[in-house]
Design a protein around this ligand. Structure first.
Ligand code: AHR
Length: 591
């Protein structure tokens, strides 16, 4: 491997080269990054798709003790369903601890001693009530924290309780009970840890894992999630902003689960800012997996997109900039990119709709970069339409992914640039996230270092309900680990903004190798660091001689980050029990 560091004319890798793609898939947001512990907090699940339901709420007590019914009597105009609870038992006829309702969150609530949790809920009652709100451990055997809420709530009333648990349980539930005969309505019940990432409501460990990738950008909120199987179920950003209690929530019919939309457009922009990544907002362009809006009628969708951009960057005096300010962020968010739809190139109305979006956005927000879906399957035929970038998605085998490392070398250097906004090795080469997949992806990314934007997909999976595999970060209510593909990406976080050196492989085995070399300066030390990355996808070890010219290397600072013998189980995966079995960024990793 010959690395040429001579001269100072090396191309600079854009600071947005490596980023992440967040999609509301696999409970990534609701039940994941968004730290809300109550699931279906407004009793609206089902929404317009199916009759509203209270899953996963359940009752405590048999049919003689308690009955519940959803009724459209809430004080919140956008989500009318409230839960009526009739406690019919009294005193000794009630179960121990009372009868009522219970919510297990997303496969258990992680309640930890030493932390604080804030419960907010709305209630109304016939006559006085004497309720117990309680965090209970797995199997309802232990009380982790409890408080009484009493009074006559003849009109809808908001109550807040802060819990300081005396015990920990990652599988806890929230219960609200009464030991007296009573009729009470509940709505918008939220339980959040007070300790969230930067105080903005994000689950701290998961947010930190994303931040540790040092992504230059974050694309959100989908993916297919943006499109919907049907337009009527696609995410509409205006329903995800404003006070959380008044967000209707919606049923994501591609990944088949309800989201309360606690993590709405504002929270996405906030998260991007919190991790120092540029937001890339994907909006629906009037096209779902099944139905499409004709180009002649696309006007309202265009206005919705323009309003969404105004929400991010508009002045506080504008309608939507004003809402952003009211939500706590008067300063504009740093939105520079938007994507018109997802994987819709080739659909009947895509091109017509796209052009209308493009010209409308450029006329109102000329500095916003517009990303086209064409052609997301084939970089050799990028769009002929005006665009700043075109999306490209690739899910494939390990050998194909490695082969594709050269595919962008020959695409036109003028016109729209490629944005590899989703890539991953999947299926039999990947399992739930294998070393083999990560190595092939590393080769692919080395090819992209020559000026492409790229993000792995999907980012998150709640292991209790996998909708798609593999995913970079696996989690449950209290644990999280990175797959080998996650650790592989940490190698590339240093590439953003670095200088790319000429690195050439030569020799018999070079077809099985990919290599790259960068120089980056570290503002903290003032030193410049030369990093050489090499990946070997052959079945056997390969000895590599690395020849570096043109650099004064201080041998005291030479470190070999990873030493890997590629003769073991290339299908090795990390798990909750062995989260660092394959940690590619560990010194002297040997398999
Ligand atoms: O990443 C999972 C899905 O793959 C995305 O939602 C979609 O864009 C692609 O087909």
């Amino acid at each position: 491997l010959k690395v040429d560091a001579s001269g100072n004319q090396h191309p600079t890798i854009p600071s947005t080269l490596f980023g992440v793609f967040f999609e509301e898939i696999n409970h990534a947001g609701a039940g994941g990054l968004w730290a809300e512990l109550v699931r279906n907090r407004g009793f609206e699940a089902g929404g317009g798709v199916a009759p509203s339901n209270i899953y996963p709420w359940n009752v405590i007590g048999d049919e003689r003790a308690v009955k519940v019914a959803t009724e459209p009597t809430s004080c919140f105009a956008n989500n009318k369903m409230a839960l009526r609870v009739d406690v019919m038992c009294d005193g000794a006829s009630c179960p121990a601890g009372g009868a009522g309702i219970v919510n297990p969150g997303y496969w258990g609530m992680n309640i930890q001693q030493g932390k604080s949790y804030k419960l907010v809920f709305y209630l109304r009652s016939i006559g006085p009530v004497d309720l117990t709100v309680v965090l209970i451990g797995f199997n309802r055997t232990k009380k982790l924290a409890a408080q009484n809420v009493g009074g006559a709530f003849t009109g809808w009333t908001k109550r807040e309780v802060v819990f300081k648990p005396i015990m920990s349980d990652p599988n806890a539930s929230l219960a609200i009970t009464s030991s007296h005969k009573t009729v009470v309505w509940f709505d918008q019940i939220s339980l959040m840890p007070l300790d969230t990432y930067k105080g903005h409501g994000f689950r701290a460990d998961l947010a930190q894992m994303v931040a540790d990738l040092k992504p230059g950008f974050i694309r959100f909120p989908g993916g297919c999630f943006v499109e919907g199987a049907w337009l009527r179920n696609a995410v509409r950003w205006k329903e995800t902003v404003g006070p959380w209690e008044n967000r209707p929530g919606h049923f994501g019919d591609v990944w088949n689960y309800w989201t309360d939309d606690g993590m709405g457009l504002y929270e996405f922009y906030q998260f991007a800012e919190d991790i120092g990544a540029l937001p890339i907002w994907v909006f629906n362009n009037g096209i779902s997996h099944t139905d499409e809006v004709d180009t002649t009628m696309i006007g309202p969708f265009i206005q919705e997109a323009l309003d969404g951009i105004q929400f991010a960057v508009g002045p506080v005096t504008s309608t939507w900039g004003g809402l952003r300010a009211a939500m706590g962020h008067p300063k504009p968010f740093d939105l520079r990119y938007v994507a018109v739809g997802n994987e819709d190139c080739g659909k009947e109305h895509y091109r017509g709709n796209y052009l209308k979006f493009y010209y409308a956005i450029k006329s109102v927000f000329p500095n916003i970069k517009v990303i086209s879906n064409c052609d997301y399957t084939d970089p050799s035929t990028p769009t002929q339409d005006p665009a700043d970038y075109y999306d490209y998605h690739k899910y494939t085998t390990a050998s194909d992914m490695f082969r594709l490392r050269h595919q962008f070398d020959t695409v036109p250097r003028t016109g729209p640039k490629a944005f590899v906004s989703e890539y991953a090795v999947w299926r039999e080469d990947a399992g739930l996230g294998s070393l083999k997949a990560a190595l092939a992806e590393a080769g692919f990314l080395m090819g992209l270092e020559k000026n492409r934007m790229a993000a792995y997909a999907p980012l998150f999976v709640n292991a209790n309900d996998r909708k798609w595999s593999p995913d970079a970060i696996n989690f449950d209510s209290y644990r999280a680990y990175g797959t080998p593909s996650y650790w592989m990406q940490t190698f590339f976080s240093q590439s953003n903004g670095a200088a790319l050196l000429n690195a050439t492989l030569d020799g018999r085995s070079s077809a099985h190798l990919a290599a790259s070399a960068i120089i980056r300066s570290d503002p903290a030390t003032g030193n410049s660091y030369l990093t050489v990355k090499v990946v070997n996808v052959a079945d056997d070890p390969i000895d590599i001689k690395i020849d570096i010219t043109g650099a004064n290397i201080d041998s005291r600072f030479v470190s070999k980050k990873t030493e890997m013998t590629y003769g073991g189980d290339v299908m090795a995966e990390n798990t909750f029990d062995e989260p660092l079995k394959v940690d590619l960024n560990r010194d002297n990793f040997v398999i």
